[in-house]
Design a protein around this ligand. Structure first.
Ligand SMILES: NC(=O)c1ccc[n+]([C@@H]2O[C@H](COP(=O)([O-])OP(=O)(O)OC[C@H]3O[C@@H](n4cnc5c(N)ncnc54)[C@H](O)[C@@H]3O)[C@@H](O)[C@H]2O)c1
Ligand SMILES: [Zn+2]
Length: 390
């Protein structure tokens, strides 16, 4: 049988551990940066988190301007509006410090220093984008993994959906994972973004696109998340566990790049696009219902049993594939419940009349649904959404 094609795309350098932010001057020097555009958000500036970056930019003998005027989970129009302010100012490097919203906006900026195309054109034809500027991403959530994926997700309000733009030129050149940035992450955000990373790992491991490269990162990332997420969210002083979550979220991003997420992310996009449920929250809501649905597939259960073996280090002695697969679903369920992530769509203004619209929008996410081992029908999607509308 012919070998499948695999690839592993990574940033040039990743810094983590103690005070890894101190590497900024060296990175900028190596990249020959003279004029930097720094992307962050107003909330992070207010919290003083961006100060850690600003101090380093000042040490770096570069000119820099700060862009922070765009909303969380921005629409493509909001991203374009920031890019219009930034374009034509002669920047030669981008630093992005924030969650997925900031990093995705900055990644799009890095390929949009041109009048040939804008974000709207990339929605239709993402392949046309060229690399313009090098970029350093510094995540403040753990997280989306956006620091190491070639994806940027934007809202498309006129279609009431969120769409992923994928282009290898958006891959970060440098990444810093500094635990100080997530030390005071509010528990609710740590929980939902941490479960997002959990979804990345388990979806990529059980994806039709899974391969030897993605498996390594997805399994190790999953192991780290399952064994660190609770302490990282519950205990403010748990810096080691928080740093482990950052590394695991990064592994989740690598797994997305080499493989692809599945039905959790696919069915989650309409909840973000139309009802503005935060990305991590909508994934956390759908995770268990989708895992239970997928368990009808034998190959899926086999992969879940392997994930159990990789992540579970306790005393329970399970032997069969089915025992392990269902025990893993229960364990993930316990974690999601413990973290108190909202699981009822009604809280977000979704009414029973909205069901069919959601089903239709969910089924449009074929880019990801084709990765799901179990074929997802309209009836399956309806059952999933109904479980979170109870
Ligand atoms: N590009 C990718 O590969 C990828 C993957 C998954 C998700 N995403 C996208 O990323 C976005 C979500 O990103 P996110 O989940 O990281 O959240 P976010 O960037 O939207 O941030 C959510 C909120 O948390 C705050 N915040 C962030 N870090 C903080 C900190 N350390 N302390 C206190 N507050 C903090 C922000 O100010 C914001 O108000 C969505 O648009 C999603 O679609 C992208
Ligand atoms: Zn995600």
């Amino acid at each position: 049988m012919a070998l499948e094609k695999y690839s592993l795309k990574l940033p040039k350098a990743v810094y983590s551990g103690k005070e890894s932010m101190d590497n900024i001057p060296e990175i900028l020097k190596a990249a020959g940066a003279k004029k930097v555009a720094a992307f962050t958000d107003k909330g992070l500036r207010k919290l003083g988190l961006f100060d850690l970056v600003e101090v380093q930019l000042k040490k770096s003998e570069v000119e820099f301007d700060i862009y922070d005027d765009f909303p969380a989970e921005p629409s493509y129009q909001a991203v374009q509006a920031v890019i219009d302010q930034f374009k034509g100012k002669g920047y030669d490097f981008i630093v992005a410090c924030g969650g997925g919203s900031v990093m995705d906006t900055a990644k799009l900026a890095s390929i949009l220093v041109t009048d040939e195309y804008g974000v709207k054109e990339l929605l239709d034809d993402p392949k046309r984008a060229k690399k313009c500027l090098q970029i350093l991403t510094i995540p403040t959530t753990a997280g989306t993994g956006a620091e190491c994926t070639p994806n940027a997700i934007v809202g498309v309000p006129e279609k009431e959906v969120k769409i992923g733009i994928v282009n290898d030129n958006m891959m970060s050149d440098y990444v810093i994972l500094d635990a100080r940035l997530i030390e005071n992450l509010p528990r609710a955000i740590a929980a939902s973004t941490g479960v997002d990373a959990m979804c990345h790992c388990i979806e990529c491991y059980t994806s039709n696109k899974a391969n030897a490269f993605s498996d390594t990162f997805a399994l190790r990332g999953f192991d780290m998340i399952m064994n660190n997420i609770v302490k990282a969210c519950d205990d403010k002083t748990a810096l080691t566990e928080k740093n482990n979550m950052q590394i695991a979220a990064f592994y989740g991003g690598v797994a997305i790049t080499a493989s692809g997420t599945t039905a959790v992310h696919a069915l989650s996009y309409p909840l973000g696009g139309k009802y503005h449920v935060a990305h991590g929250t909508s994934n956390a809501m759908l995770l268990i219902p989708v895992m239970k649905m997928n368990a009808a597939n034998e190959e899926f259960r086999k992969r879940m049993a392997e994930a159990w073996d990789a992540a579970y280090h306790g005393d329970k002695k399970l032997t069969t594939v089915d025992e392990k697969a269902y025990a893993l679903i229960d364990w993930m369920d316990e974690i999601v419940k413990h973290l108190e992530i909202p699981t009822d769509l009604k809280e977000f203004g979704v009414k029973s009349d909205d069901l069919e619209g959601l089903v239709a929008a969910g089924l449009q996410q074929q880019r990801l649904l084709v990765n799901n081992m179990l074929e997802v029908t309209a009836e399956d999607a309806r059952k999933i959404y109904l479980q979170v509308m109870a």
